[in-house]
Write a protein that binds this ligand. Sequence first.
Ligand SMILES: [Zn+2]
Length: 123
Amino acid sequence: MNERIILPNEQIYYKFLEFMKKKEENARSKKRTWIYIQNPKMYEIKCDKCNGTNIDWSEFESHIWCYDCKIDTKGTGGIFDGPVPIKACAVLGMCLDRYDMINECVLTYDYEKQDYVPKIKGD
Ligand SMILES: [Zn+2]
């Protein structure tokens, strides 16, 4: 008998494996839903491989893109290594506003809500 018999359970098993593989891939390379509006070097972040600042935000969460190394990498912590004094950052010319890539709007930090809210025009 040459014909291979596929048991119904086997099909379910392969579907399950496929599902788990996709889940794992997504976890490893979660795409960003927002970025800070300024370049990572503005927040004192550097490439953790070459220590350079020829960088930008990666399309993946918690990663930067290094133009010199041509890789997505974690980068150094920059100002985010410690507690971020938002008001002090503003004085230093840093802006912690975020660009919401899903809703295509700028988010700003609301001190009362202690969360990011959509920035109102003229604010
Ligand atoms: Zn680099």
